[in-house]
Write a protein that binds this ligand. Structure first.
Ligand SMILES: C[S@@+](CC[C@H](N)C(=O)[O-])C[C@H]1O[C@@H](n2cnc3c(N)ncnc32)[C@H](O)[C@@H]1O
Length: 468
């Protein structure tokens, strides 16, 4: 038996010993590493709709209510720390759970969750762990350095999390245990943070309990919900086309959703309508089913520069007109996305995702800018038809300019994906950028339907330029 299988078996035995119920007669935890999906849960029989597949008692969850750590450092967790220090922020649910996970991890055999912690990952494919060369493949996509947030996480962990462990070694380490160096601790804190990002659940109240008790499972401090690590529910992989649902009651219950869940199918949870970029950022994987939710971001500065080009206006003029706009109305970025609809109650994707419009917010901002240009008498668009033409041309050309910001073209990406020697990370980066480009092309096609008009305007611009 491999170490991987042995760890799975120990975990399942432990899960039952803490009161978890698992329908072994219907399900099996399988090794899905050959398809890059770690562990997953597979149906071994056909499963009827609304079958309870497994149940997790609330005290088997790891969080601030079940771990011993908050009892040992009460001031830190009850929000009363540093009341005298106005600059001190209390830990949010994220920071609290990182500390709890560090504590439980460092406790080793002394943690009551040890067999569960042993099946949590040591390595991640989320971009926060990518090398610079790997990150380069994401150039032009929504996954910017800021969005990936390595530096911000480092700072948060160094300033808020590590000092707590370093100042309280006798709490975090069992007697005789070797203490980690600051760098080792930082690596471990990143690992715990990423585990929480990809595995933790937002816990909802047990409706029965919250009726008569004030203290519920939703931590209402500053409106934040309570995060928790939920053994077994997080062995489930997930997709946009899914077949199971987690119910938050007295215990957490995972139920089947489909009327026809066949033996051999993987039981899949749902993380929400996430675009490939966000799925990669939070969970370190992508799937074809999530592509329908892909998004691209276009900056206002690019649209503005394109408008300057089309109308032959200088930056000064554009600045002046923009200066007349209400600052609250001025967005820096616009999201381009399809109308993807909702999955059915059985978790199926029944409608194709289609564009309705490129971005009503962008259209509105362009409209306001054109109105101010008109008022300044630097550019007059005499009739609606002409204004619409400028609109369409501007949007289509801005989207085309955005396409040029990716270092590779669609055809190159498609060719690269045919290779079978690509690393997993490289392949995922290509999927993300290709998804964005396909989306932008679809938006261009939608905008370019009135091509005749656009040609007319482009022709006008060319002749205008030629005159200068
Ligand atoms: C909550 S865990 C699911 C259990 C996980 N497979 C394991 O072995 O621990 C979430 C992680 O599982 C992987 N995962 C989830 N759904 C996946 C899918 N459809 N395809 C590939 N990997 C998936 C990703 O690595 C993700 O970060």
């Amino acid at each position: 038996m491999t170490g991987f299988q042995a760890a799975t078996d120990l975990f399942l035995t432990w899960f039952k010993s803490v009161g978890g119920e698992f329908r072994d007669d219907l399900l099996e935890i399988r090794d899905l590493r050959s398809r890059g999906a770690g562990r997953g849960i597979i149906a071994t029989e056909d499963i009827p709709q609304e079958t309870t597949l497994f149940t997790i008692p609330r005290d088997a969850i790891i969080n601030v209510q079940t771990s011993e750590l908050p009892k040992k450092l009460p001031k830190l967790f009850d929000g009363s720390i540093d009341e005298a220090d106005e600059d001190a922020e209390s830990l949010d649910s994220w920071g609290s759970l990182i500390l709890v996970m560090l504590y439980e991890f460092l406790q080793g055999e002394a943690s009551r969750w040890k067999p569960y912690i042993d099946v949590l990952p040591e390595m991640f494919d989320t971009p926060i762990f990518w090398t610079d060369a790997e990150l380069k493949e994401l150039d032009g996509t929504c996954l910017t350095t800021e969005k990936i947030g390595k530096e911000e996480s480092d700072n948060m962990l160094r300033s808020r999390i590590l000092p707590v462990v370093l100042q309280n070694p006798s709490i975090f380490y069992p007697e005789g245990a070797q203490h980690l160096s600051e760098n080792e601790l930082l690596r471990l804190a990143h690992r715990m943070g990423s585990t929480i990002m990809a595995y933790a659940f937002d816990l909802e109240n047990d409706p029965e309990q919250s009726e008569d008790e004030e203290e519920g499972w939703v931590e209402d401090r500053e409106g934040q919900s309570m995060l928790g690590m939920v053994p077994m529910a997080d062995i489930l992989n997930a997709n946009a086309d899914f077949n199971a649902h987690v119910n938050h009651g007295e215990s957490l219950e995972v139920n089947s959703l489909r009327s026809n869940l066949k033996a051999g199918s993987e039981i899949l949870n749902y993380y929400g309508p996430l675009p490939s970029s966000e799925l990669l950022r939070r969970y370190g994987y992508v799937t074809p089913e999530h592509r329908r939710y892909d998004v691209a971001e276009i900056s206002w500065s690019l649209v503005r520069a394109t408008l300057g080009e089309i109308l032959g206006l200088t930056d000064d003029v554009l600045n002046e007109a923009e200066g007349k706009m209400d600052e609250d109305e001025l967005e820096d970025y616009f999201i381009i996305e399809r109308d993807s609809g909702e999955p059915s109650s059985e978790g199926q994707l029944t409608h194709p995702a289609r564009f309705q419009d490129v971005s009503p917010e962008l259209e509105q901002q362009i409209k306001v800018l054109l109105k101010h240009l008109d008022k300044l008498k630097v550019h007059h668009t005499p009739n609606k038809r002409k204004r619409d033409m400028i609109h369409e041309t501007l949007i289509a050309e801005s989207l085309s300019a955005k396409l040029l910001q990716y270092p590779t073209r669609v055809e190159e990406d498609e060719e690269l994906l045919q290779k079978d020697n690509l690393s997993k990370r490289h392949r995922m980066a290509i999927e993300v950028r290709l998804g964005e480009k396909n989306l932008l092309q679809e938006a261009i096609d939608l905008t370019s339907k009135g091509d005749g008009d656009m040609n007319e305007l482009s022709g006008e611009r060319v002749s205008k330029k030629a005159k200068h």
